[in-house]
Design a protein around this ligand. Structure first.
Ligand SMILES: Nc1ncnc2c1ncn2[C@@H]1O[C@H](COP(=O)(O)OP(=O)(O)O)[C@@H](O)[C@H]1O
Ligand SMILES: [Mg+2]
Length: 444
């Protein structure tokens, strides 16, 4: 076949349905559209799909941009949010002076020399600790490579590279079995039924997805009565109960089918709110489900029902972070203290649980002040969310979030502050500048 094709003129070739020539024509067509043709990769590459991370790329050369564009369309990057900008490192520095940084920043510096280290240093000033950086350059210099690695860069890619090489580089940072899980599991628990744990969990998850723009999966473990589906206006789904019923079958493909996609950055593993199954399962089932979810998403919010059993205790103890939501009354105080003490004892090397007072200032109800509450529990209060029957009631009835209805009020501000504490990510554009900082800034 190949020999035969060699003797054919291009016109004759047109009529031949030979796979080789079709592939060649396709390659020359892509070359016209997207720049230089890369050497086809012959070795089999086993790259696992990259989880739901956000990737911002700042290119200097349009060819690099189109290579990354093709990589972003690959099935292995399909879950990521990849955005391509032009303008290299300077554009990146400018971009993040007013925005939160994504999980991964890729910057191209065409004639990368050690000069780029200055640029990276400036970029680092507005980078969150968890953000990783890949540098692209044309300089094949081992000394530069070492300097970049020492400066905390995760990888250095030399141009030209293929889409697959780009995918491999990203994948090695996020799906390497030795790299550990990418998701942080944050468990929200109420100290009393009706304290507002679910409401706070859903709103904080939503704010992280909207304002920090991290991908968030909310797992509603309140199988029989959970409200995550209602709060995000989703059709009733089997989601979490299917996952829990056969955790050994759960992988990233099945998980994708069970998730309800609420917004670009927010998925919910909703509860069916059905009473046909009793969900007093082995604690291992809940743990396995969370293990799979955290492999695919940077922020996992668990909405724990107000029950005390082997599995709920285990989920709390195994969490990366715990948030206790309580009402500012005596029973809330007692239960918060008991739970916080137990968790600190069971997790001596972790941060203590965060405490959120909710429904503060409910008219005519005597309550314990934030300060007295903190003194009695012996721990700081992370947020105090006011009671607002109209706002929270409307949000619940309409399947909306508080931040959608009232982006600036005190309830949203308190929840936003909590979202930022939990992710360790500042949202510069969303921070209120007070007069003082403006004046100090002007003086400087
Ligand atoms: N700060 C608040 N002000 C007014 N109502 C609230 C507030 N927080 C929660 N609620 C309402 O309280 C009820 C119980 O909330 P929920 O989140 O389901 O509690 P939990 O999950 O702790 O049982 C819901 O109707 C919710 O809308
Ligand atoms: Mg609840």
């Amino acid at each position: 076949m190949a020999e035969q094709a060699e003797n054919l003129t291009p016109e004759e070739e047109d009529g031949v349905s030979d796979e080789g020539s079709v592939a060649e024509r396709a390659a020359s067509l892509t070359a016209e559209v997207a720049g230089p043709v890369e050497q086809p990769r012959t070795e089999t590459v086993q790259v696992r799909p990259v989880p739901r991370i956000s990737i911002d790329c700042f290119c200097d050369n349009p060819d690099t941009g189109s290579t990354i564009q093709r990589a972003a369309e690959d099935r292995r990057l399909a879950r990521t949010h990849t955005t391509i900008y032009m303008g290299g490192i300077d554009a990146a520095i400018e971009h993040y002076s007013s925005r939160a940084t994504p999980n991964l920043i890729v910057v191209e510096d065409l004639d990368a020399t050690t000069d780029i280290l200055n640029g990276l240093e400036r970029l680092a000033e507005s980078c969150d600790a968890s953000t990783k950086v890949i540098v692209i350059g044309s300089n094949n210099d081992i000394a530069l490579y070492r300097e970049l690695m020492r400066a905390g860069v995760s990888d250095y890619l030399i141009t030209p590279f293929s889409p697959l090489q780009f995918i491999e580089s990203v994948s090695s940072l996020y799906v390497d079995p030795n790299a550990g899980p990418i998701g942080k599991v944050i468990v929200f628990a109420g100290t009393k039924g009706g304290a507002g744990a679910s409401t706070v969990a859903h709103n904080v998850g939503w704010l992280i997805s909207e304002e920090v723009e991290d991908d968030v999966t909310i797992v509603d473990f309140d199988v029989a009565f959970g409200t995550a589906g209602l709060d995000f206006n989703q059709e009733p789904l089997q989601g979490v109960s299917d996952a829990l019923a056969s955790p050994e079958r759960l992988d990233d493909v099945l998980l994708d089918r069970l998730l309800a996609k609420c917004t670009d950055h927010l998925n919910v593993l909703a509860a069916p709110a059905a009473l046909d199954r009793e969900m007093d399962l082995d604690p291992g089932a809940y743990e396995s489900v969370l293990d799979v979810v955290r492999q695919s998403c940077p922020v996992v919010i668990v909405d724990l029902p107000h029950v005390w059993s082997a599995w709920s205790r285990q989920v709390l103890v195994a969490a990366d972070e715990v948030v206790l939501v309580t009402s500012p009354d005596l029973a809330g105080l007692r239960n918060t203290k008991n739970l916080a003490d137990l968790l600190v004892l069971a997790r001596p090397n972790d941060a203590p649980p965060r405490i959120v007072l909710n429904q503060c200032g409910l008219p005519k109800r005597p309550e314990i002040t934030s300060k007295d509450f903190a003194d009695a529990v012996g721990r700081d209060i992370s947020a105090a969310v006011p009671f607002d029957a109209m706002l929270f009631g409307t949000a619940a009835n309409n399947g909306q979030m508080i931040g959608e209805l009232k982006a600036d009020g005190k309830p949203t501000e308190e929840l936003r502050e909590l979202a930022q504490q939990l992710t360790g990510r500042k949202v510069p554009g969303k921070q209120k500048k007070n007069v003082l900082t403006r004046l100090v800034g002007r003086k400087g």
